[in-house]
Design a protein around this ligand. Structure first.
Ligand code: ADP
Length: 481
């Protein structure tokens, strides 16, 4: 079957596809069926150290390649992704569960990141800065940081690597990547694609296995000059701590708790559509998913009625089936977490407007749910849901909405539906978030800097900033000229 084209049940280290030293493997299951789809090596410290040594050994030559050679390789990678979009998307759906249409979109946006960074690499300009005294020139130049460690999560197993691998390769860095254990094949596919595109051995290494051992070896290595991580805030904080010993650069895309504000002057239908896509995409398992929907009193009831109707119309099932809009959740822990949020809300007076229970399909399927009467004392007001549960809060004034929206340590994405331009600018200033979607529930795009403030992260992915994060800045002072 076509999903097997880039499915690799081995790790790519120094240009070779290998197993773990111990010979041990880890089963990978399809969350839609519970079936084991294959295994991956259970690698640890020793294999990671070899991968780092390979990336270090390949670095000098790769960093010295011409810009247009690197751009050409990225174009090949882009074309390989798009030529194999369907089989890569099927592999993604089989290991992760998202609907095939969403997986197709993920492969496409990954390819767009590759193309974007191929273009941006040509504009990685330095500066000549006016010197304060005569006879002196000040040059500011950009250089690849070196070997980059990458640790990625299961919810976007392909595109999370795209926006790390592409800028790294664009500027001349080499890579040691560790995809999530639940969804390793889309990550390993990047190794196969890179090899096929013609990247020299050691430039891209991909390992699976113990997060602690692989992550630990990456963090301990003085050769790895940057670590880029997408995942939970808890693990991110641990990696930031570990980075101190070797003073690595870090990019952290951590958790979110996105508020979604709907004001009385909003286009209700557009707001409902935006809320649906923001909340239920990937079964609510994205870090930018609407976590708290705040609706102004004047349109609250009308909004809720339409939101419930749209939620009930969603088709839940195996992501490979046509027309499915929500697949299974990643595992039973995720299901139980959503159940806890619902139990907590109802025990505090919240009402289940629709859903509220596991889906008839069994396994980890969960019925899309709307809870009304949400309050700031409920758990989901401060914690990330990561599931298909939409809590609706009611508010009266803009000030009140802003205060509630900001009452979290997270600061990744937020959303606002309003037709008032002046309010839009007030929100831009007042909302403590790295990204704001105004009249849009879907804001990720290659041209823009994706990233959070507060405890949602450090650094940006995409945009020109997303390339900058893979470069060191040097300054040359030329005197006597
Ligand atoms: P989530 O499972 O919510 O996506 P995690 O932070 O648990 O978030 O996982 C994200 C990635 O980080 C995965 O690849 C996981 O294996 C890895 N990871 C988890 N714990 C550690 C750790 N202690 N050190 C390094 N990587 C880790």
């Amino acid at each position: 079957m076509s999903f097997e084209t880039y499915m690799r049940q081995a790790n790519l280290i120094a240009g070779e596809w290998v197993g773990a030293d111990s010979g041990k493997t880890i089963d990978v299951t399809n969350p839609a069926t519970g079936d084991v789809i294959g295994t991956v090596p259970a690698c640890g410290t020793a294999e990671t150290e070899r991968a780092i040594a390979a990336a270090h050994g390949a670095y000098a030559d790769y960093a010295a390649t011409s810009l247009m050679d690197r751009v050409g390789l990225l174009w090949k990678l882009h074309d390989a992704l798009m030529d194999n979009q369907k089989s890569l998307a099927e592999l993604l759906t089989i290991e992760m569960g998202k609907p095939l249409a969403e997986a197709m979109g993920e492969i496409a946006i990954g390819a767009q990141y590759v193309r974007w960074f191929a273009e941006e690499a040509r504009r990685a300009k330095g500066e000549i800065v006016p010197a304060g005294v005569n006879g002196r020139r000040i040059l500011v130049t950009k250089h690849p940081v070196g070997v980059v460690g990458m640790i990625t999560p299961w919810n976007f197993p392909s595109s999370m690597l795209a926006r790390k691998i592409a800028p790294a390769l664009a500027v001349g860095c080499t890579v040691v990547a560790k995809p999530a254990t639940a969804t390793p094949y889309s990550g390993l596919a990047w190794g196969a694609l890179a090899q096929e595109a013609g990247y020299p051995a050691g430039v891209v290494n991909v390992l699976t296995g113990s997060a602690r051992a692989i992550g630990g070896a990456i963090m301990d290595s003085p050769v790895v000059r940057k670590v880029t991580f997408t995942g939970s805030t808890e693990v991110g904080k641990e990696l930031i701590r570990q980075s101190a010993d070797t003073v690595k650069k870090v990019s952290m895309e951590l958790g979110g708790n996105a508020p979604f504000l709907v004001f009385d002057d909003a286009d209700i239908d557009a707001a409902v559509q935006g809320a649906m896509v923001s909340k239920f995409r990937n079964a609510g398992q994205t870090c930018v998913c609407a976590n708290r929907i705040y609706v102004q009193a004047g349109i609250h009831d009308a909004f809720v009625a339409k939101l419930v109707e749209a939620t009930e119309a969603m088709k839940v099932g195996n992501g490979l089936e046509p027309g499915v809009e929500q697949g299974p959740m990643i595992d039973m822990d995720a299901v139980e977490k959503v159940e806890e949020f619902i139990a907590d809300a109802t025990s505090q007076g919240g009402t289940i407007a629709t859903g509220g229970a596991r889906h008839g399909n069994g396994g980890t399927y969960f019925t899309p749910t709307v809870v009304t009467g949400a309050t700031q004392s409920m758990k989901f007001a401060t914690e990330e849901i990561f599931g298909p549960l939409a809590p609706v809060f009611k508010f009266d004034t803009e000030e009140e909405a802003i205060a509630m929206a900001n009452a979290t340590e997270y600061g990744l994405a937020c959303y606002a539906y309003t037709r008032d331009l002046a309010r839009t600018f007030r929100l831009n200033t007042a909302l403590q978030y790295g990204m704001i979607g105004v009249n849009s529930g879907l804001i990720t795009t290659v041209e823009a800097p994706f990233g959070g403030v507060k405890e949602s992260g450090l650094g940006k992915e995409g945009g020109s900033q997303g390339l900058e994060d893979y470069m060191d800045t040097k300054y040359v002072c030329i005197d006597g000229v």
